[in-house]
Design a protein around this ligand. Sequence first.
Ligand code: 3H9
Length: 712
Amino acid sequence: MADLLRYDIRDGVAVITIDNPPVNALSPTVWEGLDRLVARAVADPAAEAIVVIGAGTTFIAGADIKVFETLKTREDSLARSANTHALLKRIEDATKPLVAAIHGNALGGGLEVAQACHFRVATKDAKIGQPEVLLGIIPGAGGTQRLPRLCGAELALTMCTDGKPIAAAKAMNAGIIDQIIDGDLLTGAIKYAKARARNGDLRKTREMPHGVDQISAGLNACSATRESLKKTAKGMRAPYAAVDAIEAGLRMDFDAGAIREREIFADCVVSTESKALRHLFFAEREVAKVPDIPKDTPTRDIKRAAVVGAGTMGGGIAMSYANAGIPVLLKDVDDAALQRGLATIRKNYEVTMSKGKMTAEQLEKTMALITPTTSYDGFMDVDIVVEAVFENMDLKKATFAELAKVTRPDCVLASNSSTLDIDAFAQASGRPSQVVGHHFFSPANVMKLLEIVRGRETSKEVIATSLKLAKKLGKVGVVVGNCFGFVANRMLAYYMREAYLLLEEGASVEQIDRVLTTFGLPVGPYGMQDIAGIDVGARIRQYLKSIGKTRAEGPQSAIPDRLFEMGRYGQKTGAGWYKYDAPGSRNRTPDPLIEQMADEEAKKRGITRRPISDEEIIARITTALANEGARVLEEGYATRAGDIDVVYAYGFGFPRHRGGPMFYADTVGLPTVLARVKEYRARFGDYWEPAPLLERLVAEGRGFYSEATQPV
Ligand code: 3H9
């Protein structure tokens, strides 16, 4: 493993190159090699200074996250991080100028290594950050102690609590980077290091003092950050832990602060929050690996696209393409519908511009990528068409038959249907291997999930192309099977069933929404429906009724259909599950009418309404999700439990720090989940039926994650 690092003398400077593809993560071998090679450079008479650089596309993207799985106890972590801290101190004590040369990313432990160097130079497109909080931990290699000494507590607090990287120019202004290098990084870094050696400069970050003013300003910033985290970090521990560690550094000397950092890090790394976030980090990267689609499957370059249907979804999808720089035709039947769609798109971009996230010039350039049309002219030139017409089987089938005639035979034909059978469209098109589902989530230009629905005959090339395209569009593409509702909406039906039944049994709309937002969801089930539109679900139910089906077995609440009949579609009509100040307003108040309806429906079903605890609400809803998720998995509609977690985290904002519905079930314990299903069956009826996979896993003493769970 010695070749993970290289040592060369260039122009009188020792160059230590870390070469641990793909991201130069700090595995134990890399840590040890860095320590050894810095010592070698210090002793090497041929070297007057030392440069540390990364091979490939990046500096160091952080500690090797997989290593955290080996830290089973707090004590394991304390022992390991004491070693890491000592190692970085040894490096920092080098008696020759030590320069970190940064390109690509210096993240987490990577930035901490750079902080322990005497100086840092970077290319102008380099990014630096402390993203540990996104993994439920805090910087654990001195970052909470050294970073505030370089840039002040305020910026350090922001970086360590939001985890977002900053650009090299900002880091330079803040004092984290000493010089931006134009041209070849290594050449510039060597020149810089030699100049430092000539002046005899050695600057140890840990010895940089905090000024008295900085300490009081820093302590105030700690209090302000804690306050703002109440809004942004609901239910999470790590962001607060990062503030605690930075505060300790302001109140104590470096060594005492570093000990406190190690203790806080140790508490975090063994927490369920961190395990859940680490799980999602890897699950998100696993989704792109589909077992029967090899990495070298040919893919098509999507250079031009078309979207059919300029409604809310179609407009959002066209924006996603334009945002990725892909020219897109936007077709609708009449000009009025098109103009409405375009006006909405422009309005959305204007909001982005008003937030300072886009310039007027960028807005016009992006709008120019969207070409409105009422005909199929130009469709022969596109590489993909996304159909986003009304959710109606006959209309969609007719659209696919038409699309097959107006596009090249190799054009991908994607449907944005959220529920309907992709194979039916595939047959209608006459070229089923080209047909795939691209199920975007609303608002399509914002939400990161893309369900890639694999039909019976969808070609491997089309799936591989879809996965690559998802990345280009800035989405997380998850390949799912073609069942009703696919993965996201199929499971959502069970989540909603429980929400409706809990209301009829005695909970209120406000209680259910409050409990779920406290759990960590951005919005509860009723708030969500008022945003998405009660009419959308009602129309799907009408279609299902017409084919003799229901979405989730069990009693079907009549309240949503009653609201639909009353024209209460949610925010857009000024009333739904809540009352709103005006149509389109977000200002809501509870509506006693809903309680009255719940009383009436309960009476009809012979139920005596009762007080329902917050715990029961969480247990019922999450158990319904896990039980149906187990069925989805067993039937092969999702490849891995992790895929379901990614779908839920990105599609419906399931709290990331709980890892997704399947991971959460594992943390509750599958025996408990199964016992709950059985209890509910006894209490409520046979529609609560344990998923066979759930029963089998419990019998075998396994969880969804204690061994790889593959579909059968
Ligand atoms: C830390 O540093 C704690 C410290 O305070 C020290 C405490 C002692 N480890 O994302 P990609 C893999 S915590 C292991 O697809 P991109 C990844 O799984 C760490 N593996 O590429 C994937 O593997 P595969 C703080 C890692 O170009 C492959 O690399 N750092 C790590 O889209 C490519 O990844 C972070 O949180 C890692 N640290 O994005 C940064 N990083 O090919 C985490 C990546 O088998 N990383 N892999 O699927 C990132 O944010 C992105 O990977 C990055 C590149 C932006 C760097």
